[in-house]
Write a protein that binds this ligand. Structure first.
Ligand SMILES: [Zn+2]
Length: 428
């Protein structure tokens, strides 16, 4: 169905070009011209709306099957399985969302400022991830070797084991990052436990964000590396902790990139990119979670129509963004792949969980940097053998069922939001 989606977009000379869903999405979120983003978004909504009844049918069957399956196993509560799968308690998930809901204000201020820089009162859905460039800003680029050196230098400030591992896998050629046609977008890391090796796939085009992606993937490889001597059964960690090492490595490098910026203009652009992570995790993903909850509740009573799904979606987006957007995305439920993954339900909160979890570890590291690497490695090695509550209690002595644990990570991102506000003051 997705391959049938065609998005007509006019080029500079007015010629209509038909973009695939993937091409259109990239342009819709990253084009620097708000009018182009709006035009693509309008066509985008229309295209998904055209097939909405078929997508609604698909989702109704997926969720219906799950609910029936739970019921046959004597379980009425649809949250039990996703919580079990992620090895967390309900209290922990509630504490995380409560902490986020109470602390969204700095990020709304960031969005408001971003809107003002675009000459708008409020951002529209398609503006949230748009680039910000002020003054005569030119994005800095890095050669692959420069990026590798920058990453290794900053890993070395954290700990010698991560740094030498990173150096080692680059020299061994485990990273395939060549910029050439015919490659799929994004990056990933796969580990080969028999031979105790990993391989990283990505496309390095020289941007600061590609450098973060490389650090992210090396983080994944490092997580596997810390577990290579463990029994295979003890290395299967759940999704909520799967992004711990990667996000942590990415944070080490992304923070250093902001610190090393040559000008305030560059700093603003880099902070914007970092803060897009925060709005994605605290608002976009929150909306997905709220939507999925209300969809399951209604699905328990019967089939849910496409129109109703769009209503539930907009309600969830308004709640998650606290009415701070000028336009919402009603057919987001049809266009977002994650709702259609058949193996796992609630393929959303583990992202936010992993992001904040890793930031909270980062906060602990900042407080007590000496010898933290060994503590960190011990934590990674235990990620697949205990509940997440026990993991954090054992290694950091913290209780993740309380909101204060989650607030530490949110506070780190709020510092970035405040820095963005300060630096952009003179441009509005
Ligand atoms: Zn990852």
């Amino acid at each position: 169905l997705v391959s049938l989606i065609k998005i007509p977009v006019a080029d500079k000379d007015g010629n209509i070009q038909e973009l695939s869903a993937g091409q259109a999405m990239n342009r819709m979120y990253s084009d620097s011209d708000p009018a182009v983003r709006k035009q693509i978004f309008t066509e985008w909504e229309r295209a998904w709306g055209h097939y909405a009844p078929l997508f609604a049918d698909t989702l109704n069957h997926l969720q219906g099957f799950r609910l029936e399956n739970y019921k046959l196993h004597g379980e009425e509560d649809f949250m039990v399985e996703p919580l079990r799968y992620n090895r967390i308690q309900k209290e922990t998930l509630d504490a995380m969302w409560n902490a986020i809901s109470k602390n969204k204000q700095p990020f709304f201020k960031f969005m408001e400022r971003k809107a003002a820089l675009m000459g708008k009162d409020k951002l529209a859905w398609y503006d949230v991830d748009a680039p910000v460039s002020v003054g005569d800003f030119k994005a800095r680029t890095f050669t692959y070797d420069e990026a590798v050196d920058f990453i290794n230098d900053n890993f070395a400030k954290f700990g010698p084991k991560l740094a030498s591992f990173s150096q080692d896998i680059i020299e061994k050629g485990w990273v395939e990052a060549e910029d050439r046609t015919g490659k799929r977008p994004g990056g990933y890391c796969t580990s080969l436990p028999e031979s105790k090796e990993s391989r990283i796939f990505m496309t390095f085009t020289g941007s600061a964000s590609d450098m973060s992606t490389l650090a992210h993937e090396i983080g994944h490889a490092f997580h596997s590396y810390t577990m290579w001597d463990l029994p295979r059964m003890n290395t299967r960690y759940a999704m909520n902790v799967a992004e711990t090492a990667s996000t942590f490595a990415e944070t080490l490098v992304a923070s250093a990139t902001v610190e090393a910026a040559n000008s305030n203009e560059e700093k603003i652009s880099l902070l914007n990119t970092k803060l897009e992570n925060a709005t994605a995790m605290f608002m976009n993903i929150h909306a997905r979670f709220l939507f999925e909850q209300s969809f399951y509740s209604e699905r328990q009573k019967g089939l849910v129509t496409a129109d109703r799904l769009s209503e539930l979606m907009v309600t969830a987006q308004k709640e998650a963004f606290n009415d701070n957007l000028s336009e919402y995305h009603p057919h987001f439920w049809a266009s977002k792949l994650h709702f259609f993954i058949d193996g796992i339900s609630f393929y959303n909160f583990p992202y936010t969980f992993g992001f904040l979890f890793s930031l909270s570890i980062f906060a602990e590291y900042k407080k007590n940097p000496d010898g933290f690497e060994d503590k960190y490695i011990a934590l990674l090695r235990d990620t697949a053998v205990m509940s997440t509550e026990d993991l954090v209690q054992k290694h950091l002595g913290k209780d993740i069922t309380v909101e204060s644990f989650w607030e530490q990570g949110i506070a780190i991102m709020a510092e970035d939001a405040n820095a963005f506000l300060e630096l952009t003051e003179k441009y509005v």
